[in-house]
Write a protein that binds this ligand. Structure first.
Ligand code: FES
Length: 104
């Protein structure tokens, strides 16, 4: 699928996250301290909507049971065996692109 525009800079003030659905997949697009990041939007705990969570000091926090994930690496701080896939992000002008793998 490759680079795909999933958000605009204006939708993502510092330390925020939005949920974006694209071709049946959910993504959590974050602004973590000014750096745009993209993760799967599905929490590995019980499928909570990570894109409806919160961003605190670089961590993405699931809204359902407050599991915390490193928004850059996807590593879960509660259970390191249950991380979240992350995807490369680039910003061009006001557009936020995510490099979605072909099999995503
Ligand atoms: S579903 Fe995300 S912490 Fe439980």
């Amino acid at each position: 699928m490759g680079w795909t525009k999933l958000a605009t800079v204006g939708e993502l003030p510092p330390d925020s996250v939005i949920e974006v659905e694209h071709e049946g997949e959910r993504y959590a697009i974050c602004n973590a301290g000014g750096e745009m990041r993209a993760l799967s939007g599905v929490c590995p705990h019980h499928g909570g909507p990570l894109g409806q969570g919160t961003v605190i000091q670089g961590l993405l926090v699931c809204p359902w049971h407050m599991w915390e994930f490193d928004s850059k690496s996807g590593v879960c701080l509660v259970d390191p065996t249950r991380g979240v896939p992350t995807f490369p992000v680039k910003v061009e002008g006001t557009r936020v692109y995510v490099d979605i793998p072909e099999n995503a």
